[in-house]
Design a protein around this ligand. Structure first.
Ligand code: C2E
Ligand code: MG
Ligand code: MG
Ligand code: MG
Length: 291
């Protein structure tokens, strides 16, 4: 399509904008249908103790099985769920589904925790507290096994009311993680005011730590910050052995990433946990020697 120049620009641009609005509207109604027709599902990415390399938990990640487009990743529809407010209903479904799945794994002998991503929109009202409580009651999951993940950017948007909301959530016995930590602004001073348990170091820092001494220093600083505040530190997006080696050297507590496991459907996730447990058991009490 030719690029509009001069006076014709406004004429060409208008229909494009209109098309974008129509697309969003279509997407919204498709998403509303998706919830009704059970097109959403969850995949589970294991998280690991970086010392013993056992599975400590899973992160529940949302997927959409679109009738014609196939499986759609969250980046392509979560923003629209947020804009439209639909995220409140979808988020409620995610909480219950994740808690039920993990309660089932507990019953099968895998006492892992489950982390659920919660968006800013969900934290605006106090519905989230009711939704989390309902998911725990209906699934029977031990509250200590549930982690709610909130991005650093959301924390900083409205610190006072978010902190209050998080205290209400923590009163239910669950834990709170700060997701994508390090990508927001000036959060260090604020962080200690939030009732947070886990610091998830953003993947960009894990990538950067093997690329330059400055990148390595940043990860060291983030791990130290987490430790100074008494938080569990978890590195996201570990893709290679060198990153793992360096993170272990920094005494980062936990991690997740393609090096260990991709997000998996429930049957594959439980098989993965079984195999990992068997491997660790056959190795005996010794920590696995690095690669
Ligand atoms: P996130 O919470 O930071 O989740 C981590 C993302 O990194 C996931 O992408 C995961 O598949 C990906 N990842 C994990 N290990 C690696 C790795 O080693 N390398 C690379 N390149 N990527 C890795 P995914 O599943 O596409 O989710 C993207 C984002 O969508 C999530 O980021 C989260 O912000 C959002 N999201 C996912 N599920 C939900 C949900 O149920 N509710 C809400 N509100 N947001 C969700
Ligand atoms: Mg997350
Ligand atoms: Mg993250
Ligand atoms: Mg992320």
């Amino acid at each position: 399509e030719a690029k509009a120049e001069g006076p014709a620009r406004a004429v060409v641009f208008r229909p494009e904008m209109r098309a974008a609005v129509v697309r969003r509207f279509d997407l919204e109604s498709e998403l509303r249908q998706a919830l009704r027709h059970g097109q959403f599902f969850l995949v589970y990415q294991p998280t690991f103790d970086l010392e013993g390399l056992g599975v400590t938990g899973v992160e529940a990640l949302l997927r959409w099985r679109h009738p014609t487009r196939g499986i759609v990743p969250p980046m392509e529809f979560v923003p629209t769920l947020e804009h439209s407010g639909l995220i409140v209903d979808v988020g409620r479904w995610v909480l219950l589904e994740a808690c039920r799945q993990v309660q089932q794994w507990h019953a099968q002998g895998y006492p892992v925790s489950v982390a659920v991503n919660v968006s800013g929109r969900q934290l605006e009202g106090d519905e989230i507290v009711r939704d989390v409580r309902a998911a725990l009651v209906r699934s029977g999951l031990d509250p200590r096994a549930l982690v709610v993940e909130i991005t650093e950017t959301v924390l900083m948007r409205d610190p006072l009311s978010i902190a209050a909301r998080l205290r209400d959530l923590k009163a239910l016995g669950i834990r709170v993680a700060v997701d994508d930590f390090g990508t927001g602004y000036s959060s260090m001073a604020y962080l200690q005011q939030f009732p947070v348990d886990i610091l998830k170091i953003d993947r960009s820092f894990v990538t950067g730590m093997v690329e330059s001494p400055e990148g390595a220093a940043l990860v060291r600083a983030l791990v130290q910050l987490g430790k100074a505040l008494g938080l569990v530190t978890l590195a996201e997006g570990i893709e290679d052995e060198l990153q793992l080696y360096r993170l272990r050297a920094e005494h980062c507590d936990a991690g997740q990433g393609y090096l260990f496991a991709r997000p998996l459907p429930p049957d594959e996730a439980v098989r993965f946990m079984a195999e990992r447990a068997a491997q660790l058991a056959s190795r005996g009490p010794e920590a696995p020697s690095g690669s």
